[in-house]
Design a protein around this ligand. Structure first.
Ligand SMILES: Cc1ncc(COP(=O)(O)O)c(C=O)c1O
Length: 487
């Protein structure tokens, strides 16, 4: 039977899944037993994988003969097990609130391996100061407040990084977008004046940026800008030693790049009405039709990325600085400057997975199904973060999947807009109440970043798992210690 374009479906978006998670999901008992005992949704983390990912970043440093520190961006996941794993590893943690700082110190990470970023109240500044953390300052006013606080409380000098933004692109057409964070790179002299006034209290450790972009050109401009700013600080008698390029190294969520490209094509056609709807109420993810043409920008994360994580870092360091026209890694080497990074998402690649129970299944529009889940869009917030991937189906009866279906995933909040996915996902068979859906790669921002107990729904428990012999060991997140498994 031929299928007309109007009735054909969009391609699946199959998640990349490590062999470890595949093995875990293939266990006939454990996933179901965990959800039955601890409730749905249930977050799972594999702390050892976090370490493996951090070591892959170290590999880039080794290959390029660079020095510097890696700080895990805590904000991407609240798990205690993960921070304790980092504590035992020698890597650092980037904390973005006083709560994260307390959590990190309690997990056993020494203050000297902590970088305090983001908006800071006096509590956050004071605790960073007493702990001996580096304070990554966002503004001259913050530096001023920190200097005063250190002086007033007679604390030892604090290492500071200056976060910069709005890097000037002279003679090149690279955009350096505005940011609510950081001091304009052209305002460095104000920073230097402030540092001069607090010579006893503040020690300049380096210059920094974090850009929310996948664009290499924009980041290369910022790396070079930080190096130039660092040189200027040195010329003024300071002895900074590092630049910190933040996070944003990314994850490739999909197995097959072609699926992503064809999904984007079909979405385009669907927005234009040349293809049957593939999203809830014709939602266009930022695209809309205007006089027969698609307008707008696809506002989603590139679920497939050619280069992500350590490979993205390596590609960035191979770029030339737009002014000096030399590879960034060479500039770092020659200037003997250390490179600090704060990856969140990339370090969590294949670290987490979320299990959700199916509550009910009904008929939906255009031949799709409506699958009601025991979780809401804040518990599994991939969609909210613009990451489009299909979940995996674990059937309670273990019967192999038969006929694929398209389904909209409904959350358990009494709200019209509580859809866990606004695109119709592909499932290999019609789910039944009691089956589980497994959402892959939720560790970075999708499992607890947005979770709330609005409507007094249960918040997911988190469990740490690791392979042990032929089976698995697991424990509640708070019960995980890095000595686990040592004899
Ligand atoms: C200052 C800073 N560092 C690091 C990160 C981590 O970014 P990612 O998780 O994309 O690596 C963020 C994220 O917002 C950030 O604001």
């Amino acid at each position: 039977m031929s299928i007309s374009p109007l009735s054909s479906t969009a391609p699946p978006l199959t998640p990349r899944l490590s062999s470890c998670w595949r093995d875990f999901l293939a266990d006939r008992q454990l996933p179901a037993a965990l959800v039955s005992g601890l409730g749905s949704p249930l977050n799972l983390v594999m702390p050892d994988r976090l370490l493996r990912n951090a070591e892959a970043f170290t590999g880039v440093y080794r290959r390029l003969r660079l020095r510097g520190s890696l700080y895990f961006a805590h904000k991407a996941n609240r798990s205690t097990a993960l921070v304790r794993r980092i504590a035992a590893s020698g890597f650092g943690v980037d904390v973005a609130s006083v709560g994260e700082l307390q959590h990190t110190l309690a997990a056993g990470v020494p203050g000297a391996r902590i970088m305090a970023t983001g908006p800071k109240g006096d509590d956050f500044l004071w605790l960073s100061g007493t702990a001996g953390a580096i304070v990554n300052a966002d503004s001259v006013a913050e530096l001023e407040r920190l200097g005063t606080l250190i002086r007033r409380h007679r604390l030892p000098p604090v290492r500071v990084m200056i976060r910069l933004s709005r890097f000037a692109a002279v003679g090149v057409s690279v955009l350096s977008r505005p940011s609510r964070f950081g001091v304009g790179a052209d305002q460095l002299d104000m920073v230097l004046d402030t540092l001069d006034r607090y010579r006893e209290e503040l020690v300049l450790h380096g210059t920094a940026f974090h850009l929310d972009t996948t664009g290499l050109d924009e980041k290369a401009l910022a790396v070079e800008g930080c190096l130039m700013a660092l040189a200027r600080c040195q010329s003024k008698g300071h002895t900074p030693r590092a630049i910190d390029i933040g996070g944003g190294f990314g994850i490739a969520y999909l197995d097959d790049p072609e699926q992503w490209h064809s999904y984007a094509r079909v979405l385009n056609d669907s927005v234009l009405g040349r293809h049957a709807p593939i999203t809830w109420a014709g939602y266009g993810y930022g695209l809309k039709a205007e006089r027969g043409a698609v307008r707008g920008t696809l506002g989603v994360y590139p679920s497939h990325r050619d280069k992500a994580g350590p490979a993205y870092l390596e590609a960035l360091l191979a770029c030339e600085g737009p002014r000096l026209r030399r590879p960034l890694s060479t500039m770092l080497l020659e200037s003997l400057v250390e490179l600090d990074v704060e990856p969140g998402r990339a370090l969590l690649d294949q670290v987490g997975l979320t299990l959700v129970a199916v509550r009910e299944v009904r008929d939906g529009p255009d031949g799709s199904l409506l699958v009601g889940l025991d979780a809401n869009r804040h518990d599994v917030s991939a969609e909210e973060h613009g990451v489009l991937v299909d979940p995996l189906l674990l059937r309670a009866d273990g019967v192999p999947p038969d006929e694929p279906v398209r389904a909209y995933l409904l959350g358990n909040l009494c709200l019209e807009n509580d859809l866990i996915s606004r695109r119709a996902v592909h499932l290999p068979a019609t789910p039944r109440p009691g089956d589980l859906l497994a959402f892959a790669n939720t560790g970075g921002y999708f499992m607890d970043f947005a979770a709330t107990d609005a409507l007094m729904q249960r918040r997911a428990a988190t469990v740490a798992v690791r392979p042990a012999g032929q089976g698995w060991r697991w424990c509640l997140d708070a019960e995980y210690w890095p000595t686990e498994g040592e004899q």
